[in-house]
Design a protein around this ligand. Structure first.
Ligand code: PEP
Ligand code: MN
Length: 344
């Protein structure tokens, strides 16, 4: 309450809250009164208590998101994509080309990914490019290529969807729908993805706070889909040495707030091949549930993001280090799981 608030002002707030079915706990300090409200917080927001002249400020303490919060679900979740786990016990490597360009390039990238221990194949058929003149992806043809490569390699497919009206079609081909950084706040798209019956990889908006990111996940969850994996991919800061700044602290912060798995994309955050390995090490050390990495058989010919794509040698090194590091943090690289799968 404001310092000038009278006993009647305090009573007026208490009455409003109680009339809305809530409880109000009044604590009287030397110079001011603080009222703690317990009950339906969203209902309290409709009371517009902050508009009363005797109220100095209203601070919401409970989180705005519910279904994705650890209050709703105390244990950390595991999300299965085509049978592959992403969650607290494993470290999952997802790799593949930034964009699907040709059947040969996609298959070759998938083989590179698989031999490095990737258990899921990434690749965009719809590319949300900053420039409308840049390669926009092959569309449905790209999805068909991904499905063929899945049939060939056995790798389930993660691919981006950029428009709500494409969700159904993309979901017919994909094992997991990716929502990219530029679409994190496209709420119609989030809702459609929540209804598609496929797990969703939700990247953090490059300008989004952690709370906004979790609210975006809540849009998907609200439509009945809790198979959501969050992916930190770098945020915009004043720094220009890297494309974006990987917010490494987002991983433990989010894991404390939400039960959803959290991955890191070291390729899109740095935008540079030489940073992928060090950022991946950091990802595992900080407790990420996996990494999402761009690979390309001929990065110099790539139609999208060639400078950040790993080649075979880098990839071998990455997979060896991931293997060692996952053991250090008491987890298993999900290739272990893959090997078990292959062994029947
Ligand atoms: C991608 O993963 O291909 C991509 C476009 O990533 P982001 O949305 O994080 O830029
Ligand atoms: Mn890319």
């Amino acid at each position: 309450m404001a310092t000038h608030a009278t006993a009647e002002d305090v009573e007026a707030v208490v009455e409003r809250v109680e009339a809305a079915g809530g409880e109000a706990f009044v604590s009287r300090g030397v110079s001011r009164v603080i009222i703690g409200l317990v009950g339906d917080v969203d209902r309290f927001e409709t009371l517009n208590l902050g508009g009363l002249p005797s109220v100095q400020s209203v601070t919401r303490i409970s989180a705005k998101y519910k279904l994705v919060s650890r209050e709703h679900h105390a244990e950390r979740s595991t999300v299965y994509v085509g049978g592959v786990p992403i969650g607290p016990d494993t470290v999952t490597l997802i790799a593949g080309p930034c964009a699907v360009e040709t059947p040969e390039q996609t298959l070759e990238a998938a083989r590179m990914a698989q031999s490095a221990g990737a258990v899921l194949l990434r690749g965009g058929a719809y590319k949300p490019r900053t420039s409308p003149y840049a390669f926009q992806g092959l569309g449905e043809l790209g999805l068909k290529i991904l499905a063929d490569v899945r049939a060939e390699t056995g790798l389930p497919v993660v691919t981006e969807v950029v428009a709500a009206h494409d969700v159904e079609m993309v979901a017919r081909y994909a094992d997991m729908l990716q929502i990219g950084t530029r679409n994190m706040s496209n709420f119609g798209l989030l809702q459609a993805a929540g209804e598609a019956g496929k797990p969703v990889l939700l990247k953090r908006g490059m300008n989004a706070t952690i709370e906004e990111w979790l609210m975006a996940a809540e849009y998907i969850a609200q439509r009945g889909n809790l198979d959501i994996v969050l992916c930190e991919r770098g945020i915009r800061t004043f720094e220009t040495a890297t494309r974006n700044t990987l917010d490494i602290s987002a991983v433990p912060v989010v894991q404390r707030l939400s039960h959803l798995p959290v991955m890191i994309d070291p390729s899109h955050s740095g935008g540079r091949r030489d940073l992928v390995l060090p950022l991946s090490r950091a990802a595992i050390a900080v407790g990420a549930d996996g990494v999402l990495v761009d690979v390309h058989p001929k990065p110099e010919e790539a139609l999208c993001d060639g400078p950040q794509a790993l080649m075979t040698e880098d990839l071998r090194r990455l997979s060896a280090e991931l293997d060692d590091l996952t053991a250090v943090v008491g987890r298993r690289l999900s290739t272990w799981w893959n090997r078990r799968l292959l062994a029947g």
